[in-house]
Design a protein. Sequence first.
Lengths: 252, 167
Amino acid sequence: MASDYYGQYMGSFRNVITSTLEPLERVADLPVQVHHWYMQGVTDLALLENELLQVKTENLMLKARLQRLDSLELELDRLQRLLGTTGRMSAQSLRVASVLYYSSSPVSQYLTINKGSMDGVKTNQAIIDAYGVLGQVTSLTPTSSRVLLITDPDHQLPVRVQRTGQRGILTGLGHDKLNLDFVPLSSRVEVGDILVTSGLGGVFPSGYPAAEVTQVIHSPGMSYLTIKAKPLSDINSSYEVLVLSNSRDEHE
Amino acid sequence: MSDKYQEIELHQVRWLVISSYLMGIIFNIFALREPLLIILPPLGLMLVLFWSVQLLRNTHLITAFLIGLLYDGLYQTLLGSHSLLFVLLTFFMLRMRLRFRSYRLWQQGVVIGFYMGAYQLLHQFFFSPTLTEQTALLYWLMPFFSALIWPGLVVLMRGLSNRISTL
């Protein structure tokens, strides 16, 4: 217990336990799979066509935005060269994974995704979905990995407020709630502010949206603001997620 | 009710014991998805308690430790913390298992309810789970629920083990 608490010495042992549990998780998932399979069978064709049309439109819009983003990225790169700072943008590569399983117990909140150490996933890699940061990989099996969600009570994420640049630590509270800690009383945080990863700590790359502020409480006598936030990512219904990895890691 | 207990050796029902543990863990994995299923007790622990009463030649402490480790992996908790809880409760059960065998099924259920109450208190102390109003009620109802399902679990497992041991 002490070696697990004070360090990462038991990481590989935890991986062994997760690997042992993996077949059991797959068996436990069977009833849900059967339900999905049945529901798929009875889904209306018109509904599917409608969904396809929506997805195609969304894809077109995203492609248009991506074109603009590409040119912006080039411009940023040029400006960073002019300023003499080292640009670290676009050093990430993405890998698509699907969610096999999830836990929403009050003790732990995690996802199991279908990419593991055999697919090149490593511990501490960040996981995002279409809307924001989901969590980070904590343990691996050869064919799957476990992702600790940002709403897990044990998870903390260094973020900054997008509008002001104010730094803080985003702590999970379980049940899709988050707290933004260590924001001084003098800072101007408002409801609706978007919190993006700050890149400090070195686990999460900077600039990914993580949460939205829902409540700011000024409590007299406290040195910090009490700020509540909700995750931007679709924590409960994401099916496809992206594994972010640094290109540097891949060359190692 | 004590006459219902047949003397069964571990080697006669080894596969039943192993598969019952696996099934217990699978049920608990399934319950992870749904916050309202927090009322489901740790079936692995209940089965360790059942087998420690049923199979008197073994202490089951190592089994309790290993099952606890699996639960640690499952709940992503500190390795060894569930094991410690499981071993502790199994130890208490070992101290009174002969007396426990002589109880009626509903009395056994009440005792198990107390055990699970102690487990839940320690669980709260160890892991301080984040509970909403709704889940907090279900969380603390877990001992009552385990007291209710214990007779069913005993009848099922005893029936299976008696049938398998006479094969």
